[in-house]
Design a protein around this ligand. Structure first.
Ligand SMILES: CC(=O)N[C@H]1[C@@H](OP(=O)(O)O)O[C@H](CO)[C@@H](O)[C@@H]1O
Ligand SMILES: [Mg+2]
Length: 540
């Protein structure tokens, strides 16, 4: 028989759970981006995520856990929820299965049993403190889902704080601030204002003495990034930065991510609806929760040029590598990419910049962990999600370095300010925006000079629906198929026929389909290779 505290918590959970019934027959899975589907199907899920967040905090001695309600670049009617671990990282992978189990529990009784089972198997004392903070994006279904979350937290007797509307990376920042507040290296003030102050100060130091950057126009996907970017720009001040924010209609909920935003621009390779850029001016697009960004410009012939995550990674790696060289501090910068990184970017990084590259599986958590192994690890997915991580030992080495001349001192100061400017928890569109602007201003580059660093190989990404995507098993960071047997040899035979050809097939982690990627020396050949490889999948 459970003790009285446990008993009371379980009966509270059962009681509140009746208010948040699970839609009959609906199946849920905590995937790469947490739970994500129609907002109308998420009430019970978010309630149950509240229970899990409380358990996770208790397991970690009351450290604060974050819960973000967002569906990023998805359509307006979707919503989602994901958990943030104490250092601002994504939820530890082993807990994803508990989230899925909680969400799928058929009855209130089954749910309380799951709750107790997790507590018992992980030795969690249900009488110990639990601390949770949460926020949401601008979606219409957000407030009701937050109410469900609060019920879950109350049922599980957790203390919580509502940070209302934030970008996803802002909440990651706040979680890390709270949990490092009492350590020797507090990350910052745990508030939205603290976030703006930290980034604004760092940006002012990094760009001090450089020409004021050219005005940049940012498409905020009609999401939460719009008002937040305007606020950030206010903190930075117009002496340092001019930003024009477009697609900032957060009240027109149906316009969220509609024909605009980072995902639209990257996948369609075209301008957001209604944006008419002047030639060679820099433009950027955020996604709906402002954790992704891509840049672009048009030339005098109005041709569109995309500067994606690979271009951002290359720019950051080049700049940081050069600063380290000038500083004289013994540090190594490395880059983490996935198989989707353009072949030209990998060649530029390894042959020209001569920085080490690690290739991981798709999904930012894999890139994040791999980049923690470098002194300074740059990681970006081609879609524009990424950041630059400075290891503790790198920061310490920079802080304690005794510069021999003003040049070295400048480089060290800039590197340390970059570590403050760049969100150390997760890819952050606002922070990445400032990073890119700062680098371009140091180099006195416009978008076309940046684009000249290397030329992307033409590429094509195709989504193919198959009978069973689980039949597609890969190795070598998803670059080669092990199963279905024999298929890889057929792909190899096709690839061999194309100059600079490369192609791979893997099952999507977020959609019920497989993805075919192909690149080659010319547009025609890349398209042809993609079609031929896709044809191999017919009937599978
Ligand atoms: C080719 C591609 O863009 N894949 C995306 C997509 O993953 P898939 O596993 O390919 O569905 O969604 C992930 C989560 O948002 C993102 O991390 C990843 O980059
Ligand atoms: Mg996003």
């Amino acid at each position: 028989m459970a003790d009285p505290i446990t008993q009371q918590q379980l009966s509270q959970i059962a009681k509140f759970s009746t208010l948040h019934p699970r839609p009959y027959g609906q199946k849920y899975e905590y995937g790469t981006a947490g739970f994500r589907l129609l907002g109308s199907l998420l009430d019970s899920v978010v309630f149950r995520v509240g229970l899990l967040a409380a358990l996770r905090s208790r397991k970690l001695d009351g450290e604060t856990i974050g819960v973000m309600v967002t569906a990023s670049h998805n359509p307006p009617d979707d919503n989602g929820v994901k958990l943030i671990d104490p250092q601002g990282e994504m939820l530890e992978a082993s807990w994803e299965a508990y989230a899925t189990k909680f969400a799928n529990a058929e009855t209130d009784d089954e749910l309380t049993k799951e709750y107790l089972a997790v507590a018992e198997s992980l030795n969690i004392n249900l009488d110990s403190p639990a601390n949770v903070v949460f926020a949401r994006d601008t979606r219409a279904s957000g407030p009701a889902l937050v109410a469900a979350l609060k019920d879950g937290l109350a049922a599980a007797a957790a203390d919580y704080a509502d940070y209302r509307i934030l970008t996803t990376p802002q909440l990651h920042y706040i979680v890390k601030c709270i949990n490092t507040a009492k350590t020797a290296t507090p990350y910052g003030h745990p508030s939205e204002q603290g976030y703006y102050e930290k980034l604004a100060t760092a940006f002012q130091i990094v760009t001090k003495g450089k020409p004021k950057p050219h005005v940049i126009t940012v498409d905020a996907a009609n999401g939460v990034g719009g008002p937040k970017l305007k606020e950030l720009a206010r903190y930075i001040g117009s002496d340092y930065l001019d930003v024009i924010v477009v697609k900032d209609e957060i009240d027109a909920v149906e316009k969220l991510n509609y024909q605009c935003g980072a995902d639209f621009v990257k996948t369609q390779q075209k301008l957001p609806l209604g944006v008419q850029p002047a030639p060679y001016e820099l433009y950027a697009s955020l996604d709906g929760d402002a954790d992704r960004i891509v840049f672009y410009y048009i030339d005098e012939a109005k041709k569109f040029h995309l500067l994606d995550g690979d271009k951002i990674a290359s720019l950051a790696a080049m700049f940081i590598r050069d600063l380290i060289a000038v500083s004289g501090v013994d540090l190594q910068v490395g880059v983490v990419q996935t198989a989707y990184a353009n072949g030209s970017s990998s060649k530029y990084l390894s042959d020209i910049l001569q920085v080490p590259i690690t290739v991981t599986r798709t999904g930012v958590k894999h890139l994040h962990h791999a980049s923690q192994l470098f002194d300074v690890g740059v990681y970006f997915e081609a879609n524009g999600h990424g950041t630059v991580l400075f290891s503790n030992s790198a920061t310490k080495a920079l802080e304690s370095f005794e510069a021999q001349n003003p040049g070295q001192q400048d480089a060290v100061t800039t590197l340390l300010s970059l570590a403050a400017l760049i969100n150390q928890t997760v890819g952050d569109a606002l922070s990445d925006l400032l990073l890119v602007i700062a680098i371009l201003s140091h180099k006195a580059w416009g978008p076309s000079e940046w684009n000249l660093t290397y030329t992307d190989l033409p590429n094509r990404l195709v989504r193919v629906v198959v009978k069973d995507r689980a039949a597609f098993k890969t190795e070598d960071a998803e670059r080669r198929l092990v199963e279905p047997k024999g298929l890889q040899a057929q792909i190899d035979a096709l690839v061999k026929k194309y100059k600079s050809g490369r192609s791979f097939v893997r099952a999507s982690g977020t959609e019920d389909a497989v993805r075919v990627y192909a690149e080659a020396a010319t547009r025609l050949e890349a398209d042809e290779l993609a079609v031929k490889v896709s044809d191999l999948l017919k009937g599978l």
